[in-house]
Design a protein around this ligand. Structure first.
Ligand code: BEZ
Length: 204
């Protein structure tokens, strides 16, 4: 299988972490692509022009980091996607998926904010920047490590990737100052070899 990815992408990073955690490195080849300079190539793989994309050995493709992560989890016999609970609605799978959506949403807002801030100053929208900033800060406020799963799920992986991405692209947010519990949780989580091995970097 080939995982089309980018070392800066927090979305691809979730899949790259699962590849390492489930010892899939020998069956999943990571291919770095730049969605800006190689947009035509990427669109041939994914009409949306986004990474990550997983190309299976039969040539078929899977898109969207959430779908790819679940596929890799199944392939590697992982437990990052818990089963559904019939006892409580927001537990098990739904809790993990909701936490993943929140982590991914922080990344969506961060990426949009970075693109906006790279526009010429006179073309930037202060309202849009404020909206993205609020999405990030209010999401960080509801992230309570005490509610995280004891056995790591895709939700905790997505949150860790989001925090790593904020450190990488928006260090000026200094999120640790207002979130000491999240800081302490992340400090330990960031020590996993799969986290260290996928630390975000600009594509050279
Ligand atoms: C980035 O360079 O920040 C980036 C690259 C790919 C996907 C998302 C973000």
């Amino acid at each position: 299988m080939k995982l089309y990815s980018n070392p800066a992408s927090p979305f691809a990073r979730k899949a790259r972490i699962i590849v390492r955690e489930l010892n899939l490195t020998k069956v999943v080849e990571e291919v770095n692509v730049d969605t800006r300079s190689q947009s035509d190539e990427v669109r041939k793989l994914n009409p949306l022009g986004k990474i990550p994309v997983l190309v299976l050995n039969d040539g078929s493709t899977i898109i969207d980091s959430r779908v790819i992560c679940e596929y890799l989890n199944e392939t590697g016999g992982g437990k990052f996607f818990p089963g559904m609970s019939i006892w409580r609605e927001v537990s098990g799978r739904w809790k993990a998926m909701t936490l993943q959506a929140l982590g991914d949403g922080i990344c969506d807002a961060a990426v949009a904010s970075i693109y906006e801030s790279r526009r010429p100053p006179e073309q930037q929208s202060p309202a849009a920047l404020e909206k993205y900033g609020k999405a990030i800060t209010t999401s960080l406020e509801v992230l309570a490590p005490a509610n995280f799963a004891k056995t790591i799920t895709i939700g905790e992986i997505a949150v860790a990737c989001a925090l790593g991405y904020l450190d990488f692209r928006l260090p000026q947010l200094t999120w640790r100052e207002n979130h000491p519990k999240l800081r302490d949780w992340y400090e330990i989580f960031a020590q996993y070899p799969s986290m260290k091995d996928t630390w975000p970097a600009a594509l050279s």
